[in-house]
Write a protein that binds this ligand. Sequence first.
Ligand code: 13P
Length: 250
Amino acid sequence: MTNKYKYFVANWKMFGNIKSTDTINRVIKLSKQKNLKKVKIIYCPPYTLLSIFIKKLVNTNIDVGAQNCHQSQNDGPYTGSINSQMIKNLGCKYVIVGHSENRTNGDNNYLINQKIKSSLSNNLNVLFCIGENIKEKKSKRTKLVLKTQLTKGLNKVKNIDKIIIAYEPVWSIGSGLVPKNKELIGNIFFIKNFLKKKFKKSNPKVLYGGSVNSKNIKNLSLIKEIDGFLIGGASQRSNKFIDIIKKTFN
Ligand code: 13P
């Protein structure tokens, strides 16, 4: 294993109830193993379970993140929303911003940029999702899309020390499809290069997300450019999530 942290982010999406929080006990146990010191596990459950996760994970090295936030830094009359200040106040360290499931629900690059800035000002780490859809991929516009999402999403952001990019091709989310290694390496390289140039940062972090499972993880973990994984479906069952973490290193 290298000196770098490998991230395993569990995005539970709109799944889970109070009972299902018990299933993470096995992951907590795993995280205490000495040989997993360089592993950073982050749970992003639905808002309704955040405080339970935070209580459960106190005194562990597992962190908690929210799946989205409102763009406003301050409280306000926004029914059904929560802001980054509230998320921070709860004890979360991370927030996912720009997930394609929220982009299709109205989050555009401008809103995403506001959300990122508001989260940073509340001292949260941001998991900033980007990725092309199938139409964009087929018309060979992937790099253009990635560049636009990065440029607009990070507009007037001064440094990316607290930002981790999650490259999630929309067509691979929940589909069982994963980009070929060559394509994945090319796109991750493109993202890292963009960030290195723009932010003069020597080692920006980029995760991969989209249909990661215990079958394809062995192959994905061969790609050194990937700093970790954002995992949806396979993270909701602890046995599968554990399998993925273990197989990354063995
Ligand atoms: P799946 O792992 O279910 O494809 O979801 C990926 C994702 O959207 C994580 O944010």
